[in-house]
Design a protein around this ligand. Structure first.
Ligand SMILES: C[S@@+](CC[C@H](N)C(=O)[O-])C[C@H]1O[C@@H](n2cnc3c(N)ncnc32)[C@H](O)[C@@H]1O
Length: 250
């Protein structure tokens, strides 16, 4: 079964399939990727707990029309929130779109007396720069405060809905409780950097921040920023290779 020659042969076949798939993507997009550190990889990883956990799947059914995130990433947020969202603290999501991620966190953590801050421009992506190959601003401008209010009703928790470009949008907002857990899903280098800096300066030691878009092809600016964070001595930073960078404030 574990014959090395067979393993090498199987990996060669997999490599052929993934590189063909990546070429097809590029043809479809009419874009030629020259960077060698981008591509498609089928990780030799087979554990998919999000397929079987009943409570998670029930929550997912109630918020699935309010999030763009795949189940695998939602499961990371759901699971980590149980341990790292501390009672009596604040939770922040920057780039909430229609609010499904915060809805999921609120459903799971009802008993914790958490202040929820759920932030978006509600006018789409901003701050695209030379770091971002694909995003040019205004993408995802189809979400509204009313969508987030629907999620608020589903989770029956009170949300502080913050409209505007984060972190300027927080200028007049006082956080009564420090942040212990946050989700950043903003697609561009500058927005990711400014969001994380605000969150870290208002967070407890041991806070966990999940940076979405890390490793995404279209969100390469966030990947660049995430790589810079790996050198930051105040943080412990781990990519989970599902498209999220897990950041722990030391
Ligand atoms: C991919 S969507 C977020 C998806 C969402 N988290 C979900 O689970 O469906 C990116 C969002 O980030 C928002 N955004 C980007 N930069 C922002 C910033 N600096 N301040 C506030 N919102 C921002 C955009 O308006 C957009 O709704």
């Amino acid at each position: 079964m574990f014959n090395i020659k067979k393993v090498i042969k199987a990996r060669k076949r997999l490599n052929f399939i993934t590189s063909t798939l990546f070429k097809l993507f590029q043809i479809n997009l009419r874009y030629k990727e020259k960077r060698k550190d981008y591509g498609i990889e089928l990780f030799e990883y087979f554990y998919l707990p999000w397929k079987v956990e009943e409570k998670f799947n029930n929550y997912f059914e109630s918020i699935k029309y309010y999030t763009l995130n795949p189940k695998s990433r939602l499961f990371t947020i759901y699971e980590m929130s149980k341990r790292y969202l501390i009672p009596g603290t604040s939770y922040v999501e920057v780039g909430c779109w229609k609010g499904g991620v915060t809805g999921l966190v609120a459903l799971e953590n009802k008993h914790k007396e958490v202040d929820y801050f759920i932030c978006d421009t509600f006018a789409g992506v901003v701050n695209s720069s030379q770091h971002d190959t694909f995003f040019k601003d205004t993408e995802y401008s189809n979400a509204s405060i009313d969508d987030v209010k629907e999620v608020q009703n589903i989770s029956s928790q009170q949300f502080n809905i913050i409209k505007g470009v984060f972190p300027e949008s927080m200028e007049k907002i006082n956080l009564d409780k420090p942040i212990s857990f946050a989700h950043i899903d903003v697609d561009t280098y500058i927005s990711a950097k400014e969001s994380l800096e605000y969150i870290l300066s208002n967070a407890i030691k041991g806070a966990v921040i999940i940076l979405d878009d890390y490793g995404g092809w279209f969100t390469d600016g966030v990947t660049t920023y995430g790589n810079e964070l790996k050198l930051n001595k105040h943080l412990f930073v781990v990519p989970n290779h599902l498209g999220q960078l897990i950041i722990y404030k030391i």
